[in-house]
Design a protein around this ligand. Sequence first.
Ligand code: CTP
Length: 399
Amino acid sequence: MLQGKHILLIISGGIAAFKALDLIRRLRERGVRVTPVMTAAAHEFVTPLSVSALCGTKVFTELFDLTSEAEMGHIELSRAADLVVVAPATANLMAKMAIGQADDLATTLLLATDKPVLIAPAMNVRMWDHPATQRNLATLRGDGILICGPNDGDMACGEFGPGRMAEPLEIVAAIDAAFGGGPLQGKHVLVTSGPTHEPIDPVRYIANRSSGAQGTAVARALLNLGARVTFVTGPATAPPPAGANVIAVETARQMRDAVHGALPADAAVFAAAVADWHVVGASDQKIKKTKGGLPTLQFGENPDILAEISQMGAGRPGLVVGFAAETEDVIAHATAKRARKRCDWIVANDVSPASGIMGGTENAVTVISDSGAETWPRMAKDAVARQLADRIAAALEPT
Ligand code: CTP
């Protein structure tokens, strides 16, 4: 799908700009022609000489460069490629794109192009989480801009969280998907993620420590392979992946309704940490302290969404994947859970406090299927997600 394509690659000025060199190499290996544009700030991080050498062509930088304009005008440059890719896309560049500012060559091209645009954001976690950036992201998404990443992880600035640019191969996969070439193109995958909150009264609830990081990473990896993803999420701390159809819920019962409403799907991945119980007769009013008395909570069982979908007969997704959060005898409990719920695969992980997995950045999983239990080495949640998405793609028949 990528062979013979032409990409206009805009490199903006962030520390992740060095990864653009590897991205160029990976694209060139796949027969892609890359025309590079660098912002002035990008020159602080990579040299035009390296970019030019890897692309095998000159680097465009200046808006009012007479030689460049004589060879190819900036309007022509903005339209010559099949796809415009911005990697890295800094918070500043995203802000300019969102308001349509055109004060240098890169932003002018982005405003003038009639081709699809894909951005790979990269910035400090606080900059990414800032309401201004999230507002800009929503605007860009609404404008039809394709978004790849960012990933969670350790950042060059020493902080941790979302903001790290997607890896070059992930961007290549997203480019492939933009051209309609991902292995999951035409497939609909449903992903549940995050915790659920079960209200006690209007201000209190029962919850768990899930951040939603693993489910979000799985959804992102599936999107990168071209899937259409419905992402049903409880109140997670991880922001939902760009490009997914996000359905936000609070309770397990709402999650179940949303899951049923999202079917049919070719595959479903249940990464949510669903509360097993809800409080029966949750109060409409805040429960007041009464002297010497303690409230008594009565629990009711929540629907087991994974078991319901695994056993639904007609309309069951072709592949149903569950997660098993265990604190002891991980493989034995997860194997029994798979048999009990009747899902196809179960991804078992050790969530005992000593493992640091719940709410952490890494995961150590064992995938249990008909062919037995396969333990994967401990790796970043993003890497687990990519491996799982590849496996899902291999398991689903091509359309
Ligand atoms: N799950 C679900 N609905 C529930 C409970 C769990 O869909 N009400 C799904 C989870 O998303 C996960 C799998 O079932 O994919 C296993 O979740 P886990 O919490 O490990 O298992 P439980 O069924 O809750 O069993 P237990 O708490 O006894 O370990």
